[in-house]
Design a protein around this ligand. Structure first.
Ligand code: HEC
Ligand code: HEC
Length: 203
């Protein structure tokens, strides 16, 4: 009985509160969006111009990584470097280990020189063969990382993952803050070490 009374009381209070709110608060539809123009007409609506960082390679500032082992953003302009084609990859010209150090560019990491895909073929008897071994269930096959001397084909198209940044402000402001597990990971990656963690100990 008592509980019912309390519930009824709360219900009444909430109703009064809601009625009170609707009487005093009103929000115009125009103020709901992020743009400051009418929501009902596209006439004269001009999107903010997308502008990219103008600094040339060698004259830009590195951008902090968005999270641990995130692909770093390209801090310099990429004019004349894109699109990457099978015969022309300007990025490797400066980022290949051995060259990169003298260019003051971050070297392409080991993960990009690793083949994570086992050689797969179909045997004559119709069975799937991985790394020369017939497998009944392909998911039973453990993924292996084989070091490569060239950038893996899966990493050749750099701009698939690394992109230049626009210098246009964002609305709303990005307040994301990242906590790196290890100091310095805002400027470097260690994905291959993470992948290999524990692997060496398995004998
Ligand atoms: C002319 C040499 C050159 C070329 C070509 C070049 N880069 Fe760079 N890149 C640099 C240098 C030098 C830096 C270091 C920042 C600076 O000094 O501007 C850098 C920085 C970067 C970074 C940031 C690395 C980090 O540690 O945060 C990425 C990612 C990157 N470049 C990707 C690319 C991609 C992708 C391409 C091809 C579209 C490319 N670069 C072409 C020289 C080059
Ligand atoms: C499939 C996505 C992908 C492609 C394609 C790719 N990268 Fe990366 N890249 C990453 C990721 C993820 C990381 C961070 C983790 C790691 O080290 O692998 C990274 C890291 C890097 C770093 C920073 C290394 C360090 O020590 O901090 C450089 C430089 C780089 N990539 C250059 C390149 C260049 C140049 C190409 C093209 C030849 C390329 N990447 C292609 C995903 C990619």
């Amino acid at each position: 009985m008592k509980i019912t009374k309390i519930a009824l009381g709360l219900f009444t209070a909430a109703t009064v509160f809601m009625v009170g709110c609707s009487a005093t608060q009103s929000v115009s539809e125009e103020s709901l969006g992020l743009r400051s123009t009418s929501l009902y007409s596209e006439v004269d609506v001009i999107p903010v111009k997308t502008e990219y960082i103008k600094n040339a390679a060698g004259e830009s500032q590195l951008i902090d990584r968005a999270f641990e082992n995130a692909p770093p953003m390209i801090p310099h302009n990429v004019e004349g470097m894109l699109p990457i084609t099978i015969n022309n990859n300007a990025c490797t010209g400066c980022h290949t280990p051995g060259v990169a150090e003298s260019m003051n560019a971050t070297a392409i990491p080991k993960s990009h020189f690793t083949n994570f895909r086992p050689d797969t073929s179909l045997a004559k008897n119709g069975r799937i063969t991985k790394e020369g071994k017939e497998v009944t269930n392909t998911s039973d096959f453990k993924v292996i990382g084989k070091p490569l001397t060239k950038v893996s084909g899966t990493r050749f198209n750099c701009s698939q993952c690394h992109v230049p940044q626009t210098i246009t402000g964002t609305a709303p402001i990005n307040e994301f803050q990242v906590n790196f597990r290890t100091q310095g990971h805002n400027k470097k990656s260690n994905l291959i070490d993470n992948i290999n963690e524990g692997v060496n100990t398995i004998k």
